[in-house]
Structure formats: C-alpha cells, structure tokens
Design a protein around this ligand. Structure first.
Ligand SMILES: Nc1nc2c(ncn2[C@@H]2O[C@H](COP(=O)(O)OP(=O)(O)OP(=O)(O)O)[C@@H](O)[C@H]2O)c(=O)[nH]1
Ligand SMILES: O=C([O-])CC(=O)C(=O)O
Ligand SMILES: [Mn+2]
Length: 624
C-alpha cells in the first residue's frame, strides 16, 4: 500500500522500496530519492502512459497549450485584447469546490473537528488505492515541483503535485512558483515536500477519444494532516485541482502553522499610503466570492490616497524577529471571480488581465475571439457563445458566464503591485479586516476593543453563501475567519491557536482588528453602501483609528464611526443610506447573539475560554 511507511512531519519517506528497476523514473531529472520514490509509487498505482517532469519553461508552456488546444480543452483567444490567453470550459458538473467531498483524515476524529468531514485515514487510504488504481491510464502524468511563498524564504514550503491534467499544469504555472528552479532547491536543501496527487479520474482506453474536460462524477479531495499529504480525485476545477492553493496553502499549511507557531489564512493583503506618505499594511479575510480580489485591487476614490496590492486570497502570518506580525502572499497569481470584474469596478484587475498570459474558465466567448462575462462592460455584446457553448444574446435567460467563472492571471502583471510582495519574509501587518456578505445586522465597519475581541469577530464571522462552492446560494452560515472550508484541524483548536500566536508577538505591535460588511441593505431594500472603490473611505477611517484618531462611538459590539467620521467628499450618499450602513440595531444583535450561541454550542469544550468570555461580554453589553 502506498504511503503506509509512516513519515514524521517535515520528512519524506526515503526508504527505497523499489524492488525492480525503475519503470517510470529511469530518465528523471533528479536523483532525490524521496521524490523518485513518490513518483514511482504513484505511477505504479495510476499506470500513466508516460511521465513528464515539469520545467516551467516558456517552450514547455507553448507545447502544453498547443496540445490542450488540439484536444479542445483550451480555446486560443485571437482577440488582441487578450494576448497569449486561453479559454477553458469545464464539464457543467465541475464548476466549483466540492466541500461535501472534501475530507480531513486525521488519525483521531476529534482533531478534524466538527467543521470538517472526517474518515479514518486507514479506511480512506484503502478506498483511494482502489479509486486511483489505473486512473491515469492512457494519459501523461505530470510532476510539478512547486513552492508556496518565496524560493528564498527563511523556511520555504515545498510541494510536488502529480497530475494527469495539462490544464492544471498551465494554471499552476500562473498560481505558484514551479519547475526546475524549485526542484534544484528541494535537492540542495534536501527539503521536505508535500506530496500532492491529483487525477481527473478519467483513464483513456486505447483508441478512445478524449473529451475537452475529463472528470469523474465521484470526487475526493483528501488531506492527511499528520503526514501532510493531499489526494484529489475526479475534478479538474480550481480549488479542487490546483493543489498548491486551498489544499496546501490553507488546509495543510494551517496544520503546519499550528505546529510551528504561525497562521495560514484566507486573506488579501493591501498596502495603503496616505497623502502624508504613511503606509499601512492591511489584511482582509472574506469568504469566497465576498470581495477579497476587489479590495486587494482597489483604486481609492479619495484624493491623494494610493493603494498597492500584495495578494488577493491567501496570507501567511508569522511573528517576526522584531515582535511584529509579518505577512506574505504564498501565491504568484490570481484565480479571481470573473463576473462583476469590469473596467468600472476593478480596473486594476482588468489592466492585469489585458497584459495577457491568462487562462479563463467558464467565461463566454465573444465573436472576435475574446472573452466576456457579466459586469465586464456595462453593455453586453450583441452575441456571444456562452460557457456551455450555446448561442447567447442579451435577452437570454441564463448568464453568459458561469457565476463562478474565473480568470487566472500572473500577479506580476499588476501595475499596482507593492514592492513588498517580493520580500521573501513579508512585511509588518497593521490591521486585519474580517468581512462577510450580510443583508442585515452587521454595520459597515466596527473596530474591536482589543485583540481578543477581534478574534471574537473572526470566530463569529458569517456570510450568505455564494456560487464559489456547490450548494444553495444566499443562506447565512458562520465562517470563522473566512476559513470554514479550509481549517485543516479542529476549529476550536484553531481559535485557541489564534489566541496563542498573539502571545508570541510584541503586544504593543499587534494589528488592530475590524469587522466590515459591504453588503448591508437599507430601508429601500438595496445595498446601502456603494462599495468597491468607495471602500477607500472605510480604509481611511481604519488608518485614522490605527493612529489614534478618527471619530467613533462605543457601541455594544465595538467602535463604529459617527455619522460624520467617514470622509464622504465627492460621494453622493443620502444620510438615510449612511445611517442604514453604519447603525447598530440592538434588536438585530439580540437575534445575532442567538445565532452565535448556537454556533458556539457546536464547539463543545474546544471553544477557548477567552472567546466564550467575549460572547458573555456581548450579552452583557447588549442588555445593559
Ligand atoms: N456590493 C458590493 N459587491 C462587491 C464588493 N466587492 C466585491 N463585490 C462583489 O463580490 C463578488 C466577489 O468579489 P471578489 O473580490 O471576486 O471575491 P473574493 O473574496 O476574491 O472571492 P474568491 O476568489 O472566491 O475567494 C463580485 O461579484 C463583486 O462584484 C463591494 O464592495 N460591494
Ligand atoms: O478555490 C477555488 O476554486 C476558488 C477560490 O478561490 C475559492 O473558492 O475560494
Ligand atoms: Mn478572489
């Protein structure tokens, strides 16, 4: 059986269990024994037609994309607006992450906690042995050495993804640092790598014609936290298949972070510089499809304010040598929600996309060989081919792009990329925003009284569900730190770890924490705050609060801006809409507290006492 040789975290199995001459690694470009063993084992199990070691070069990229165009997986865009770019259309049943098929297989069920699906690891391994047996028959097995974060970080985090999807290789090349340089570094450091196995689960029999988007109705997204392994089967889509992203940089990394004293978080990082030339580094945790990429790429409407980005989805936070919390973006690309991204809402994303070298998934095709999605332009084109390949006109009932259609674009094409993005060990963190999509209750912005109260904001974060995951859209669910689908261990232990990490930092240098909501509806039933670029007005207030300025009132839930605290210069907003955005409604909060009570009850005794104390403090403040 594969991987029954127990390996301690931070160590790959180096026992040579090859009994015969290597069948698949004879001409491998490495002599690194654990890696050769890994590739040999997986190849023996999955039986690919050939093995390709990914270099990450331009020439290789050209060959792979040519092949993908040939098989119909990719459509080459011919419009000059999208140079060197491609469109992909998934199977209509493979359009988002599959949380119901995502498993944390820890040795003890208790360690997966109530927020995860758990299966006994021995049972899962046996199951997957069957599922992966022969799964790559007739296909090429690609071996992708990758690193999350910088290659020259103090403690680089390596992985090797084995996949039978060239679409995954093409996307991983954008999303992470991959290829020969990484392989050389793994060898040089004799470093541990996370073994990550991915198959679309669609073996090709001799003579069988391939389909543009092979996948399998049966899906498994499996994590073994103790041995730091990932096994993904049946899906070719984003977070299910690009294993460096959610599977590694969040689920496995959160476990590494717990063991090593740091945090792996679902956050954007923004650098904001004031007219007085002071810079602030702000991270924001919002659930999937709740505005991280948009805020990360904000174009402030306020005169003299400058925003630059460091990342839009994943942030690793470490206590630095100087007692500050430092943040780094472990990724190198955007896998952004396409619909709603347009010149009038997110020009910085559009400018990065316009530089090309992108892969678009489940967007619509324009007649001149470009892509389009809802919200890209105010007026839709007169005719499109929709994401399912059907003719589309503006009076069609269905959207032209899938609501979870994505653009995959290299981050270094961003004009407003902050220079600190290139710092291997990151930059200091000044503020954290927790945010969700709530029609009611949660005001535009609230400052926590202190770090522990801020953790309570994160622990009780909630949002209406979106198209980024399968299932119903629009129901409120609790999403702690926007990490509900991504915490690789017990959620109560995770909150405890947040409390403990702060103890490793200089208390006077801890970031301030804020709760935000861009989505609250007003008395007219419409979202009352204009959002997007106008969120710079909220960010300005955040920086004022960091500097001990900015008008605020203390409410039972924390500090909120007074009616004249936000800089509204040049903004047309009625006093009613402003009030609807920022007001704290005790009635709504009494109901909210019931929701929090129900939520915390699920933690049982794994809820940290300091967080339970915040719940009681909120109860007390609401009733006084
Ligand atoms: N009303 C309003 N909508 C917003 C705002 N910011 C983002 N949105 C919408 O929210 C949707 C998702 O935004 P993104 O920025 O892509 O969300 P994300 O958090 O990066 O999503 P993932 O990549 O799935 O993690 C888009 O359709 C936007 O139109 C805002 O300030 N106000
Ligand atoms: O992981 C994905 O497929 C896309 C994404 O960023 C999310 O859903 O949060
Ligand atoms: Mn995003």
């Amino acid at each position: 059986m594969v991987n029954t040789v127990a390996t301690a975290p931070g160590e790959n199995s180096s026992t040579d269990h090859r009994t015969t001459a290597p069948a698949f690694t004879a001409d491998a470009p490495t002599t690194h024994t654990p890696l050769l063993n890994f590739v040999e084992e997986i190849a023996a199990l999955t039986q690919p037609a050939r093995v390709h070691w990914v270099e990450g070069s331009e020439a290789e990229h050209r060959t792979l994309t040519d092949e993908l165009v040939e098989t119909g997986t990719l459509t080459r865009l011919t419009s000059p607006d999208f140079p060197n770019s491609f469109a992909a259309f998934s199977d209509p049943a493979d359009v988002a992450r599959v949380e119901s098929r995502t498993f944390i297989c820890s040795e003890n069920e208790r360690d997966a906690g109530f927020t995860n699906n758990w299966v006994d690891p021995a049972e899962m391994r046996e199951k997957l042995q069957g599922v992966f047996a022969g799964a790559m028959r007739g296909r090429t097995m690609y071996v992708i050495p990758f690193v999350m974060g910088h290659l020259d970080a103090e403690d680089p985090k390596f992985g090797v993804e084995i996949t039978d999807s060239a679409y995954v290789v093409t996307s991983m090349r954008i999303m992470a640092r991959i290829g020969t340089d990484v392989l050389r570094k793994i060898e040089e450091l004799n470093a541990f790598f996370v073994p990550a196995v991915h198959s679309v689960g669609a073996p090709l029999e001799p003579g069988e014609q391939d389909v543009p988007w092979p996948c399998n109705g049966e899906k498994y997204i499996v994590h073994y936290p103790e041995t730091r392994e990932i096994w993904s089967f049946g899906s070719g889509y984003g977070g299910n298949a690009l294993l460096g992203k959610k599977c590694y940089a969040l689920r496995i990394a959160s476990v590494m972070a717990r063991d090593e004293g740091w945090l792996a978080e679902h956050m954007l990082i923004l650098k904001l510089t004031s007219p007085a030339n002071r810079s602030y580094f702000i991270a924001g945790a919002f659930p999937s499809a709740c505005g991280k990429t948009n805020l990360a790429l904000i174009d402030p409407t306020l005169e003299g304010w400058k925003a630059e980005t460091l990342g839009d989805d994943i942030t690793w936070i470490r206590p630095g040598h100087d007692g500050e919390l430092r943040v780094v973006n472990p990724e190198s690309g955007y896998f952004g929600v396409a619909p709603g991204t347009g010149w009038h809402t997110n020009a910085n994303a559009m400018r990065a996309i316009a530089k090309g070298s992108s892969v678009f998934t489940n967007c619509a095709l324009t007649d001149d060989g470009g892509v389009w999605w809802e919200g890209m332009t105010e007026e839709p084109p007169a005719h499109l081919t929709d994401w399912r390949g059907q003719d589309w006109t503006p009076d069609s009932d269905e959207p032209a792009a899938h609501p979870n259609a994505r653009f995959c674009t290299p981050i270094d094409q961003t004009d407003m990329l902050a220079e600190e993005y290139f710092e291997p060990d990151g930059v200091r963190l000044d503020a954290i925003l927790f945010g969700g999509r709530r029609k009611t209750t949660v005001p535009l912005v609230t400052q926590a009284r202190d770090w522990n109260h801020g953790i309570f904001f994160g622990a009780t974060l909630s949002s209406e569900t979106t198209a980024a995951a399968e299932g119903a859209v629009g129901t409120v669910r609790r999403d702690p730190m926007a990490m509900l689908p991504f915490i690789g261990y017990d959620a109560g232990d995770y909150l405890k770890h947040w409390v403990e990490v702060s103890g490793r930092a200089d208390q006077s240098k801890l970031p301030e924490i804020f709760l935000v909501n861009w989505f609250r509806k007003g008395r007219d039933g419409k979202i009352s705050w204009p959002g997007f670029a106008e969120n710079s007005r909220v960010l300005k207030w955040v920086t004022e609060r960091l500097d001990g300025e900015g008008e605020a009132v203390e409410t039972p839930i924390g500090f909120t801006p007074t009616m004249d605290a936000l800089d509204l210069s040049g903004l047309e907003i009625t006093p009613e809409a402003l009030e609807d955005s920022i007001r704290v409604d005790r009635q709504e909060w009494a109901t909210e507290l019931e929701g929090i009570d129900e939520w915390f009850a699920q933690f049982g005794d794994s809820l940290p006492t300091s967080i339970a104390a915040e719940q009681e403090e909120l109860r007390r403040r609401l009733s006084s």
